[in-house]
Design a protein around this ligand. Structure first.
Ligand code: UD1
Length: 346
């Protein structure tokens, strides 16, 4: 097998939050990276910062501005180097938006993946790491969640992830040689410890950690906790928050162990530890030194009470385990937010 130094990976959506952190980890491991991103919900500054952090030039970390729904754009990305694998992040990810604009979601997420798979076939690439989500479990059968549990998404966004997973399994079964890791992420938070790259949501954040950090930095007055009458110890919902650098390392581990995959295999990426909304508020107060006021509001429609991963399969199959704590997630997220209060536009 060739050394990573000789190998090129195409990263769709590589300018985004998880994509940019994954590019750093891949470049540090010696991969040559070709990012294709339409900059719809991301910034080219992230690519500059990835190069700055890793010392990679525009050859080792190439950038193609393009849309995965355009075959010609994909061909430009595959033409940069002899790609050995693809890591596929590009897609829309807001639940509420997907309810209002379902066709847009099916077009970007499902249609985009069809185009990507066709491009992989044209270019003879069969190794793929796909950015899936624990949202595919819907209201989980139990916790911790194992990969064999029932799936059933509750939103158009979630259904796009599930449809893509099933499509990838069909493609992998249709001809030999496909090796596909379906990585089901739990709740990625935090930022690179340098504070140079991080999550840069457009508009009002939907997700808890970016909202909390915008309160901490003074961009918003207070957090609204979405319900405190759930059947959990403090009444707030429980999630498996996961440091984005751990998650990025999960993608490297998937590429490193792709020869263990035959067909399409689903793997949870989480810590195995559940934290409540109030646990996160308390950790964020400690990390930021800011008061982070909150008010309790009504429950958010569609929220599951508690979801955390059983990460055993990731350890066994990929040799991967999350190591970073909730305190580190908050401290690193804060460093990014405090030094880039308006994200990449700062
Ligand atoms: C959400 C999506 C999920 C998606 C993931 C992407 C829903 C129902 N689920 O997951 O499909 O894959 O984001 O990261 O939208 N919270 C507050 N106040 C806030 C924001 C959030 O109390 O201002 C609470 C939520 O009600 C929830 C917890 O914080 O209990 C975590 O919320 P969030 O960060 O949005 O993640 P998920 O709901 O797990």
């Amino acid at each position: 097998m060739s050394e990573p130094e000789d190998r090129t990976v195409v990263v769709t959506g590589g300018a985004g939050y998880i994509g940019s952190h994954t590019c750093v980890v891949l470049l540090e491991a010696g991969w040559r990276v070709v990012v294709i991103d339409n900059l719809d919900n991301s910034s080219e500054v992230a690519i500059d910062r990835v190069r700055e952090l890793t010392g990679a030039d525009a050859d080792r970390c190439a950038f193609v501005e393009g849309d995965i729904r355009e075959p010609a754009d994909l061909d430009r990305a595959f033409a940069v180097g002899d790609a050995a694998a693809v890591v596929h992040f590009a897609g829309r990810k807001a639940v509420g938006e997907s309810v209002d604009h379902p066709l847009w979601y099916y077009d970007h997420n499902v249609g985009g993946t069809v185009c990507l798979l066709e491009a992989m076939q044209r270019h003879g690439v069969r190794d793929l790491v796909f950015s899936s989500s624990c949202t595919v479990y819907g209201e989980p059968e139990g916790v911790p969640i194992t990969e064999g549990m029932r799936v059933g998404a509750q939103s158009p966004y979630g259904r796009t992830k599930l449809i893509i997973e099933e499509m990838l399994a069909d493609v992998a079964a249709s001809e030999p040689g496909w090796r596909v890791a379906l990585l089901r992420y739990f709740n990625p938070v935090g930022a690179h410890p340098s504070g140079r790259i991080g999550e840069d949501p457009v508009g009002i954040p939907n997700n808890l950690m970016p909202y909390i950090m915008q309160v901490a930095v003074g961009r918003r007055d207070h957090l609204t906790v979405n319900g405190d009458d759930y059947p959990t110890p403090d009444g707030t919902c429980i999630r498996d928050y996961l440091h984005v650098v751990d998650l990025a390392e999960g993608h490297l581990a998937a590429l490193d162990h792709i020869d263990r995959l035959d067909g399409a295999i689903a793997v949870n990426l989480g810590t195995g530890v559940g934290s409540s909304v109030l646990d996160v508020v308390h950790a964020a107060r400690a990390a930021t030194g800011q008061p982070i006021p909150y008010e309790v509001g009504p429950r958010r429609a569609g929220d599951v009470v508690a979801a955390w991963a059983d990460p055993t399969a990731a350890a066994e199959l990929l040799g991967w385990r999350a190591t970073r704590t909730l305190d580190e997630m908050c401290a690193d997220h804060w460093r990014w937010q405090a030094t880039n209060p308006a994200g990449y536009a700062s």
